[in-house]
Design a protein around this ligand. Structure first.
Ligand SMILES: C[S@@+](CC[C@H](N)C(=O)[O-])C[C@H]1O[C@@H](n2cnc3c(N)ncnc32)[C@H](O)[C@@H]1O
Ligand SMILES: [Zn+2]
Length: 191
């Protein structure tokens, strides 16, 4: 993944029409390319909670990335350019975990000048405020934008002739709304 000597860099950070700073391709990036590792300080969930406990509830900004049930990466401390990759509902990248490290990979060919994005799929919680969708409103601009950086709500299964279970399965630990989770990892790890 290291930049080959003499090769132009693959990405740059600059102002984004989606939000604040974003990451843009400087050259064509082929599907399957590992673009960058999501770096930062590795801390526990408890430390992440404590570190940002005084954030106003309506502040959705975060550099936290959940690795698994034990570890969160805080890219606000020692983070690299990966922390500026915005969320997109029709993304050209995804995040993947290898040996408890997070990498951002291209899932299709990205043309020079295109902004990189991956789907944050921020977790929903049972005790989310009523305006949680507005707090995490998405400005990705995709034709298929789902309007929020939160994971799509699970469709209730309404199969006729079946008894619905009265209780929720293994309630998850309450976590701050600003936690960006690794695709699939957090929920799997906590179930
Ligand atoms: C990892 S940072 C990305 C870099 C950010 N643009 C910046 O300049 O700091 C994640 C934050 O960027 C904002 N963000 C990213 N994608 C967004 C989107 N599609 N719509 C609205 N805000 C977004 C949210 O505040 C989110 O918590
Ligand atoms: Zn969107």
């Amino acid at each position: 993944m290291r930049q080959r000597a003499g090769r132009r860099p693959m990405i740059e950070v600059r102002h984004s029409p989606i939000h604040g700073h974003g990451v843009f391709a400087l050259r064509r990036i082929r599907r399957g390319t590992t673009v960058i590792e999501y770096r930062g300080e590795r801390i526990s969930h408890e430390e992440a909670d404590a570190r940002y406990s005084d954030k106003p509830p309506a502040d959705n900004h975060t550099f936290l990335f959940t690795v698994d049930a034990r570890t969160v990466i805080d890219a606000g401390v020692g983070g690299n350019e990966a922390r500026f990759i915005n969320h997109g509902c029709d993304p050209n990248c995804h995040s993947t975990t290898r040996n408890k490290r997070i990498f951002i990979e291209a899932i299709r060919t990205i043309q020079p000048g295109e902004e990189l994005a991956y789907d944050y799929q921020i977790d929903r919680d049972d005790d989310d405020p009523a305006d949680v969708e507005a707090i995490f409103a998405c400005h990705c601009g995709a034709a298929t934008c789902r309007g929020t950086m939160l994971v799509a709500p699970r469709k209730p299964r309404k199969k006729p002739g079946r008894i619905t279970r009265g209780k929720t399965r293994n309630k998850r630990r309450k976590k701050p709304l600003h936690e960006v989770r690794a695709r699939g990892k957090l929920r799997d790890a906590r179930r």
